[in-house]
Design a protein around this ligand. Structure first.
Ligand code: FAD
Length: 399
């Protein structure tokens, strides 16, 4: 009969895999399991928080995938039996597969910051796993309700985490909103790291657009938040400094999503080790783990990498079913960030397995970051490139 490809998770990795599989291999029977009927993207979520995009602009449905012939099942995968090649769903159904693509994203490690659990996130939003968009809108509403002259505090995690430049784009978009509506306010960004992605470019932009508004505190200056008091809105750092703020955005440490952990696919790091060529789990043959849930070597946990690795995983899965060798792998990433609404910067990297196929390495001289300096036209153009990137990747996933 028809070979069965099952995809669990309908986000950047999963939707990309399902769409690509139907496009490239029309004979494949593709089923996608995703609990939500509407997918809210993390990319451009920071612009919603900044008030320059609306929730509708970042929300996508699954009708396009259905029209491509994907069977879309809105349910949770609750268990994976790798030996029997079956996935159990919350509603009771069991789906058999020949190959499984798993892209369930991340889980927030509740309690890794003392006092920060799911209940605390209703008062100190993370807005890092958008779900139905409620967390994003909560942070937005708190900024709107904050008086001018208030302090917005952020707690930023150590590596690895979803979207390395994401917290700094968030700082930028909050600053853009405050500059326009509450110019006496401040941002206190408490970081568990000493350096971050595109740091020079971000800090140049902050100095140019938001002088004096943003204080970034690295770990080596007591920036690591270890405890929060949700009721008092206090962020407490490693050496006991208590920062009382008016709005707090706590981005906690993360791991692979629960289903990957419960299926035994993760190691002690909390993430799933995979084969660099096929993205197949090192633990369970027949299961390809893509997106943020895997251990990507030097690649960032980004939507673009999720998309790029998803295609390689599908092609490898099909090759294996046909008894063929996997195709050569090449993984692409560009992460755009908005420093201002019309001020974009980017980082590019191309990655491939090493000659032995044992690890992923960056292709020498393949990437880089936007040039530094006073380059208003370049920044303006990159903001428009970011819009085009968003448009094309969401079409690739959902259209
Ligand atoms: P997701 O896209 O989160 O998808 C996972 C899906 O799996 C979810 O829909 C979830 O409901 C589903 N799921 C989970 N568990 C189960 C289960 N048990 N059964 C069924 N379904 C399940 N990346 C970029 O490339 N460019 C950007 O500009 C960018 N900006 C970002 C900005 C922010 C603020 C953030 C937070 C992230 C940003 N990212 C960006 C990163 C990007 O969002 C992630 O890397 C990407 O979403 C990872 O894809 P994924 O498939 O692993 O997870």
């Amino acid at each position: 009969g028809q070979a069965r490809l099952l995809v669990v998770g309908g986000g950047f990795g999963g939707a990309s895999a399902a769409a690509f599989a139907r496009r490239r291999y029309p004979d494949l029977a593709v089923t996608l399991v995703e609990p939500k009927t509407r997918f809210v993207t993390c990319p451009y979520g920071n612009l919603v928080i900044g008030g320059v995009r609306q929730m509708g602009d970042i929300t996508h449905g699954y009708d396009g995938l259905r029209a491509r012939g994907v069977r879309v099942v809105h349910d949770w995968a609750t268990g994976i039996d790798a030996a029997a090649k079956r996935v159990r769903l919350g509603g009771g159904e069991t789906l058999a597969y020949d190959r499984l693509i798993l892209s369930p994203g991340i889980a927030l490690r509740w309690g890794a910051i003392e006092g920060y659990d799911e209940a605390a996130s209703e008062r100190l939003p993370h807005a890092w796993v958008p779900g139905d968009g409620a967390q994003t809108l909560l942070l937005r509403r708190q900024l709107e309700e904050m008086p001018d002259g208030g302090v917005v505090g952020l707690a930023i995690p150590g590596n690895p985490f979803r979207c390395p430049p994401g917290p700094y784009e968030r700082i930028s978009m909050i600053a853009a909103y405050l500059k326009r509506h509450k110019p006496r306010s401040k941002i206190l960004a408490l970081d568990a790291k000493d350096a971050f992605s595109k740091q020079g470019l971000f800090q140049d932009g902050w100095n140019a657009l938001y002088p004096g508004m943003i204080e970034w505190v690295p770990a080596n200056r007591d920036g690591r938040v270890t405890r929060v008091d949700a009721a008092e809105r206090v962020l407490e750092t490693e050496f006991g400094t208590r920062h009382k703020v008016d709005v707090a955005n706590v981005i906690p440490p993360q791991s692979a999503a629960r289903i990957a952990i419960e299926a035994g696919l993760t190691d002690q790091s909390g993430w799933a080790p995979v084969n660099p060529v096929t993205l197949e789990s090192r633990v369970a043959p027949g299961i390809h783990v893509v997106g943020d849930a895997n251990i990507p070597g030097p690649m960032p946990k980004s939507g673009y990498i999720a998309n790029s690795t998803a295609k390689q995983a599908v092609a490898s899965a099909v090759a294996s079913l046909r008894g063929e060798a996997p195709p050569q792998a090449l993984y692409y990433n560009t992460c755009y960030s908005h420093v201002g609404e019309d001020y974009g910067i980017s980082i590019v990297g191309i990655f491939r397995p090493n000659a032995e196929g044992t690890a992923i390495v960056e292709v020498p001289n393949s990437g880089g970051v936007s040039p530094r300096g006073d380059l208003p036209e370049q920044r303006r153009l990159e903001a428009t490139y970011a819009d085009s990137w968003y448009e094309s990747i969401t079409k690739d996933m959902f259209a």
